[in-house]
Design a binder for this molecule. Structure first.
Ligand code: NAD
Length: 326
């Protein structure tokens, strides 16, 4: 029997790296593509191509056949320190939009069967995320659109781009809005890290009884989904033939950033002071709304945030120690 084939764009990154390896272990023939190799995990993909997806010729060459599944995760992105300062707005919009324009067009020409696109919770309107206790992020609340970052606007544009190709060219697309995915083997100290990795790093680096810095007052709320759970839901989404999304993929366990820090300290066995400093914080409140994914795919996360952090902290601690001993 022929193996199913998958193309994973952004396989040198955090989610793409985990996904490409999982697909390979599930018996797929896998081609990964990225600007860079994955720094943190050995890639098991059958082929790994280093290339720039902004280049249409490269995109044509990697979509030289009909793939059963194309996963488009490549994006110019990072955590709050990258997307909320304004310094990277032009690159974020230009680079990610060009990648998506190239990919969906060539995916149609290649006759590929299903295209997964990773959108983001950042597409949701700022006006529904002002109250940290009651954010509103159900899928239909995306409009009237008012994302709080250019990163969010590009994601919203690209969601619409993928759905336009589905309507006009009949290609099967799947659009998920990821909400803060975390776990081992992701950015943790290069300016692109997100809150869980940044807090794990700060806690791991701090002296016993020392302190860590948190941007803002730490009362902003978020939810975080562990990488394995994210990939489970993506698998279920891709196996479903009736539903294209957009759908939230996230956790509904909402915590403040201060609580996230307290949990991490508990796992590390350190009691540290939290010093609040000015910094980019994003919206006041954000939480996944999982009604639609439960209804359409029968999926909900099975683990608590604490369990995922217990698996993430030791990896970041070991990276911190590796760097210290260099
Ligand atoms: P990541 O930065 O680790 O991975 C993205 C990868 O895309 C990187 O390896 C990068 O090198 C690659 N890339 C960027 N520009 C490229 C180009 N021109 N050509 C080839 N490769 C290029 O990010 P991630 O956390 O793995 O996120 C994957 C996707 O999920 C992204 O589209 C992101 O916007 C989306 N997303 C992630 C989260 C999250 O919490 N991690 C939340 C919402 C949405």
């Amino acid at each position: 029997m022929n193996k199913k084939s998958a193309l994973v764009l952004g396989a040198g990154g955090f989610i793409g790296g985990h996904l490409a390896n999982k697909l390979k272990r599930n018996g797929y023939w896998v081609r990964g593509v990225d600007l860079k190799h994955n720094e943190f995990q050995r890639m098991e993909a059958d082929e790994f191509i280093i290339g720039d997806l902004r280049n249409p010729d490269l995109v044509k060459s990697i979509l030289d056949r009909s793939f059963d599944e194309v996963y488009q995760l490549a994006a110019d992105m990072g955590g709050a320190g990258y997307i909320f300062t304004g310094d990277n707005d032009a690159n974020v919009m230009h680079n990610s939009a060009i990648i998506n324009l190239n990919v969906i067009n060539e995916a149609v020409f290649s006759g590929s069967k299903k295209v997964f696109y990773s959108s983001s919770a950042c597409i949701y309107p700022l006006y529904n995320q002002l109250d940290p206790e009651n954010p509103k992020l159900s899928e239909e609340s995306a409009y009237p659109a008012a994302p709080d970052s250019e990163y969010g606007w590009e994601k919203l544009f690209s969601e619409r781009l993928y759905f336009s190709f589905q309507r006009n060219y009949g290609i099967n697309v799947k659009v998920a809005r990821f909400h803060n995915i975390f776990g081992p083997y992701g950015s943790w100290n290069n300016g692109k890290e997100k809150a869980p990795a940044a807090i794990c790093r700060k806690v791991a680096e701090a002296d016993e009884n020392g302190e860590i810095e948190i941007w803002g007052d730490g009362n902003q709320t978020r939810s975080f989904l562990y990488i394995d759970e994210c990939l489970q839901s993506v698998e279920r989404f891709m196996a479903n033939n009736d539903f294209s999304g957009p759908v939230n993929i996230g956790s509904e366990e909402m915590v403040t950033i201060n609580q996230l820090a307290e949990m991490t300290m508990e796992i590390a066995g350190k009691k540290l002071r939290i010093k609040h400093i000015p910094g980019p914080t994003g919206v006041r409140g954000r939480n996944s709304d999982n009604k639609l994914i439960k209804e359409k795919l029968g999926w909900a996360p099975s683990e608590r945030l604490f369990d995922g952090l217990k698996k993430t902290y030791p990896w970041i601690k070991s990276e911190v120690e590796k760097l210290r001993n260099q």
